[in-house]
Ligand binder design. Structure first.
Ligand SMILES: [Zn+2]
Ligand SMILES: [Zn+2]
Length: 378
């Protein structure tokens, strides 16, 4: 099932304003321009820009990844719809067909869906796992439960009752396909007797009804390494659905997403945090305590005369880099808060302060108004 939101989505190439034949470099440069244009820091409070920014990001996530791009070119937005599955939370059964299609076509593995004797490979499974930024920071041993087909213990996957064996299909001789002549043409089709399996079971296993596999909830532990990014895909080979009648198992793909954090924004290994400071601290200087993702507090020295928007870098306080010893930085951006709800006394003090002020107190604004006067008088 494709959701409405998917149907009404704009074409990713259109979003980035590039041709369908665009090179990786063209896509990257188009994305950079648009991301700069719609960045939330430049468009504060602008809902439209925020939506555009998200849309541009999403288009880039897909078109910059050759696998995802190829899937998008073939299936459109439907390639990424978490199709309607009733199998359980975070679980996507539709994914299986799509993945095997992609892998067969793009990796040339040519995995046969059906081998000799009807040994069909199990389907690939997708599991969506959401973690917090803290968990991405520290790494995590996650336990997940997946309802999936496993090999039947009673018949060890053969589908036949204990003591009996499947026998070759008499209609097709075990081939799984039959030929028939129609005029000049010989037409080959799936054997109607064994449905392509090449064998028939006279006494089906009571445990699985002859299918050779049963549905169980499987519990798996997955090691999420420190430094993973939003959209990371982890492949667990052979942990997908059991194969059919002794065929190889499919793979399990874990798609990670990281929840937005209330304090930190992440850009690759760097973290950003906006910290409000008082007008007085900004003017006189001081110290502020800022949070870090490892849970400890850090002190940032605010020099006298700090302007709003100034960034301070805390080296090595960002995210760990996946499979490396490198660590990103934490950028603290101070925002000077204009005082509100003043008492009469505070008002008087500020008015007195204003009378004492000169061009030297506010070099930027007095310089600006001088330029305005010059501009207006030619
Ligand atoms: Zn069985
Ligand atoms: Zn047959």
């Amino acid at each position: 099932m494709i959701e409405d939101s998917v149907m009404s989505k704009r074409d990713y190439y259109e979003v980035l304003g590039v041709a369908r034949t665009a090179s990786e470099a063209e896509i990257k440069s188009a994305f950079r321009k648009l991301a700069m244009k719609y960045h939330p820091d430049r468009n504060q409070g602008d809902k439209d820009a925020e939506l555009k920014f998200k849309e541009v990001n999403e288009a880039y996530q897909v078109l910059s990844d050759s696998q995802k791009r190829a899937a998008y070119d073939r299936f459109g937005h439907a390639a990424f719809a978490n199709g309607g599955s009733s199998a359980g939370p975070g679980f996507d059964a539709n994914f299986s067909d799509f993945m095997s299609d992609i892998f067969e076509n793009f990796f040339g593995e040519g995995r046969a869906r059906r081998g000799p004797g009807g040994r069909e490979r199990g389907a690939d499974l997708r599991y969506n796992l959401e973690i917090t930024l803290e968990e991405a920071f520290h790494g995590k041993a996650a336990t997940i439960k997946i309802p999936t087909a496993v090999t039947c213990e009673v018949c060890a996957g053969t589908g036949a009752k204990a003591g009996s064996k499947p026998r070759p299909c008499p209609t097709c001789g075990g081939y799984g396909r039959v030929r028939s002549a129609q005029g000049f043409f010989a037409i080959e089709r799936t054997c109607p007797n064994c449905h392509g399996r090449g064998e028939v079971i006279d006494d089906p296993c009571p445990g699985c009804g002859g299918a050779g596999r049963v549905t169980r909830e499987r519990t798996l532990s997955v090691n999420i390494p420190a430094g993973v990014e939003d959209g990371t895909r982890i492949r667990l080979a052979g942990e997908g659905e059991a194969g059919f009648r002794g065929g190889p198992a499919g793979d399990l793909y874990i798609f990670l997403s990281i929840k937005p954090h209330p304090l930190f924004q992440r850009d690759a290994a760097d973290l950003f945090c906006r910290v409000p400071i008082s007008m007085v601290t900004a003017a006189l200087g001081g110290e502020v305590i800022v949070p870090t993702l490892d849970g400890s507090d850090a002190k940032v020295k605010i020099p006298e005369g700090t302007q709003s928007g100034k960034q301070f870098r805390l080296k090595g306080k960002g995210m760990p880099v996946l499979r490396s010893r490198n660590v990103g930085d934490l950028y603290i951006q101070v925002v000077v808060e204009t005082p509100q709800n003043l008492t009469r006394r505070q008002r008087e003090l500020l008015q007195e302060f204003e009378r004492e002020s000169s061009g030297a107190t506010h070099p930027e604004s007095s310089g600006f108004f001088t330029r305005v006067r010059e501009f207006l008088t030619g």
